[in-house]
Design a protein around this ligand. Structure first.
Ligand SMILES: *[C@@H]1O[C@H](CO)[C@@H](O)[C@H](O)[C@H]1NC(C)=O
Ligand SMILES: *[C@@H]1O[C@H](CO)[C@@H](O)[C@H](O)[C@H]1NC(C)=O
Ligand SMILES: [Cu+2]
Length: 238
């Protein structure tokens, strides 16, 4: 194979990977733009609130520690927010429709460079699963992302401090072969009077569910279920 042919095969591979998956590449928080990372070119990113991830590949095992923040462990900046602030996570491309979308917070209780999200401190602030059957249809919260390319949440009444925000998508469009996608960003929450979720809302990531969970080990094309059970604890509303 000539060099040109080889290059076009490589390019086709890269493009098909981009087209098969997606990730959060930016945030808009209270109207301010925060660029994030883009797969394949992480070094070119400006300083960001997003924890670095560097390829579009999902994890295939919910026990993989990479499911926590797509492998990202630190970011140079954080976004100032307060309870009621609006966080819009943005994708440049998203091709999947079926499976839950969840948004989680984690209180760092200290500086971000010491905050690896490894304790039992994650809680949900939002989730949307299937809105109506069939499982294989497009009546899912996730189905908004391919067209709108964004997901909007409000910061609940949490205590002031440093937090990680984690957007998670479980893509179940392939029977019994779920894909786990998550990216994290750093938030500095101000204000007073905010609360703390009780232990029934707090989990570890990975660890909040295993591969046998009915919402994870699922074939949406053969299952006759008319409801979908989202894995993990209930949403904490503050
Ligand atoms: C976050 O906010 C707190 C006050 O709520 C402040 O003490 C702290 O230094 C801030 N951290 C960062 C990284 O800005
Ligand atoms: C998966 O989790 C369920 C519910 O917590 C538990 O009953 C089951 O034993 C777990 N399975 C494995 C293989 O760990
Ligand atoms: Cu994909």
């Amino acid at each position: 194979m000539g060099l040109q042919a080889l290059l076009s095969v490589l390019l086709a591979l890269v493009v098909s990977q981009v087209i098969a998956h997606g990730a959060i590449v930016a945030y808009t928080i209270d109207g301010k733009e925060y660029p994030g990372y883009k797969g394949f070119q992480p070094a070119a990113s400006p300083p960001t609130i997003q924890r670095q991830w560097n390829n579009y590949e999902p994890s295939k095992d919910i026990a993989d520690p990479r499911t926590r923040c797509h492998g990202g462990t630190s970011a140079p900046l954080s976004a100032p927010v307060s309870p009621g602030s609006t966080i819009v996570a943005k994708w440049d491309y998203w091709p999947h429709y079926q499976g839950p979308v969840m948004v989680w917070l984690y209180a760092c209780n200290g500086p971000f460079d010491k905050c690896d999200g490894s304790s039992r401190g994650w809680f949900k602030i939002d989730q949307v699963g299937m809105l109506g059957p069939p499982l294989s249809g497009k009546n899912w919260g996730q189905a908004k992302i391919p067209s709108e390319k964004k997901w909007t949440v409000k910061v609940p009444k949490v205590a002031a401090g440093n937090y990680l925000v984690r957007h998670e998508i479980i893509a179940i469009h392939t029977g019994n072969a779920p894909q786990f996608y998550a990216e994290c960003a750093q938030l500095n929450v101000s204000g007073s009077g905010g609360g703390k979720p009780g232990m029934e809302y707090l989990v570890s990531i990975p660890g909040y569910a295993n591969m046998s969970h009915p919402g994870i080990k699922i074939d949406i094309y053969t299952s006759k279920a008319t409801k979908y059970e989202i894995p993990g604890p209930p949403v904490w509303h503050g």
